[in-house]
Design a protein around this ligand. Sequence first.
Ligand SMILES: C[S@@+](CC[C@H](N)C(=O)[O-])C[C@H]1O[C@@H](n2cnc3c(N)ncnc32)[C@H](O)[C@@H]1O
Length: 284
Amino acid sequence: MQAALPIILSYIQAESLIKARQQGQTSVEISPDLGLSTVTVLLTPEGTIFPNGQRLDWNSIEKISKSEVNCFIVQDNGVRFVQVFSEYTNRVCSLMPTQGAPSMLIAGFVMHRIKDIDPMQDTLRKIAAISPIKGRVLDTATGLGYTAIEAAKTADEVVTIELDPAVQEIARLNPWSQALFNNPKIHQIMGDACEIVQTFDDDSFSRIIHDPPTFSLAGELYSGAFYRQLFRVLKRGGRLYHYIGDPNSKASGGVTKGALKRLQEAGFTRVARRPEAYGVVAYK
Ligand SMILES: C[S@@+](CC[C@H](N)C(=O)[O-])C[C@H]1O[C@@H](n2cnc3c(N)ncnc32)[C@H](O)[C@@H]1O
């Protein structure tokens, strides 16, 4: 059985706590899981008391309220960042709050779109680009698991691959990623997608979601050799969604052109831009 998640807070909940105190309230409803549910928290002169007995002093709450890029774990009546140093990439990974589902920061790069959109809306656009999602789905880059979790709502099975154990550790602490660990339809594999995909049978997936890091960080995931593997494991009639980035930016525009050409050379019969999903779709 999975252990209960610790309380995870961001500046959004901290600001509600501070406001309630200023208004003289003795209790307030806030979310202990970044907006998924709410609990009633008692307010005392020293700080707050959560229903599970955890206490948090006002200094810690002030500290949380001052950081808009970090989430915090409440544990042993104190707080620490939801942050892990990746031994694998030598980069710091941390959970980043938004008004909706959190994103992840890896060495300063945000994992999802957050400007005028939130990570969950971003995810829904990626999924919509190859809907209906059915059969067996390959998700080449797990991250926080949002695409895998969303695909699993209608797929028979989702196989999702993540290279970095530190990313998985952050996902384990993220309230919005829990289905990754408790939905039996989702099968997680740790390793390099370039190697793992080679081990899959031909024609074994109906849909592929390919949501890699930016080209400059993971060029091999945009290579002709990798696209040929994706083509091989996709069933005839299957569809691939490939995130690339803002089609209006100079950098992503260039990467999109190259990717479309290499996807065609890899054998995909039709490839099309999907600007609303910041990516392209390829059909087999
Ligand atoms: C943009 S994120 C994926 C976001 C994810 N689709 C979601 O919904 O949260 C890209 C992920 O790919 C992982 N990654 C990088 N190189 C990889 C590789 N060669 N194989 C598998 N995963 C890789 C990164 O660690 C990162 O977590």
